[in-house]
Design a protein around this ligand. Structure first.
Ligand code: NAP
Length: 218
């Protein structure tokens, strides 16, 4: 308890799955929160749940694949709290798992924009405030698909890019008090994997069970 007391954390994709559990655990640990996703009604449910734990929470409806929306998120965070200590870049979408020859170029663009550009946009907007504070922690949610590159081609490319951007930012800010790390989960039981069919996915899981959002959020 209280490991994040006095901190302000932005969590994207906070109304579902890994992001929702992250928001709940951060609230348990005392962090004030800026919750981000497109569906405001679902975000408000998480906001109420986290606020009941005694922390301050705002919700910002934003599409993180759009640069101006990311600028809006950071502005609202600064207006409300005056600082940003933690950024969890978690929002993301799954791929269609189609062969490259059957991928529509629009779909490629869409996955890259949501799963890759969003991480770049949010880090670019948040880092000036962390630089001024000489302190901050960024956690980017990549995927095992970004390591083994065995998910859909656009998702694999985006999640590999998330790892590359994470390393680059960690190197750029080494020794400044700002840390940047990535997590590459395997299959976790969320809305994303439910849509893909758990039984089909379990065939690829050596552990023999789906991971839980809690295990990534912690
Ligand atoms: P989820 O339950 O489907 O949640 C996805 C979240 O992202 C939702 O809150 C969604 O809210 C938000 N989101 C999607 N597109 C967005 C956009 N354009 N702008 C803002 N928010 C957006 O999925 P999850 O499984 O928790 O996934 C979370 C992260 O973990 C993703 O980056 C995913 O790639 C990664 N991951 C998941 C697994 C897994 O097995 N579940 C494995 C490896 C990595 P709205 O729809 O309201 O915007």
């Amino acid at each position: 308890m209280d490991r994040l007391k006095g901190k302000v954390s932005i969590v994207t994709g906070a109304n579902s799955g890994i992001g929702k559990r992250t928001a709940e655990i951060f609230a348990d640990e005392g962090s004030d929160l800026v919750l981000v996703a497109r569906r405001l009604d679902k975000l408000k449910e998480v906001e109420a749940e986290c606020a009941a734990k005694g922390v301050k929470v705002i919700s910002v409806s934003a599409d993180v694949s759009i640069y101006e929306d990311c600028q809006k998120v950071v502005k609202e965070a600064i207006d409300a709290f005056g600082k940003i200590d933690v950024l969890v870049n978690n929002a993301g979408i799954a791929d269609k798992h189609r062969p490259i020859t059957r991928i529509e170029n629009d779909w490629w663009d869409h996955v890259i924009q949501v799963d890759q550009y969003s991480v770049y946009y949010m880090m670019k907007e948040v880092l000036p405030y962390m630089e001024k504070a000489h302190s901050g922690s960024i956690v980017n949610i990549s995927s095992i698909g970004g390591v083994g590159c065995n998910a859909g081609i656009s998702y694999s490319a985006a999640k590999a890019a998330v790892i590359a951007m994470t390393k680059n930012v960690a190197i750029q800010f080494a020794g400044t008090g700002i840390r940047c790390n990535a997590i590459a989960p395997g299959f976790i039981a969320t809305d994303m994997t439910e849509k893909q069919g758990e039984n089909k996915l379990l065939a690829f899981v050596p552990l023999g069970r789906m991971g839980q959002p809690e295990e990534i959020a912690q």
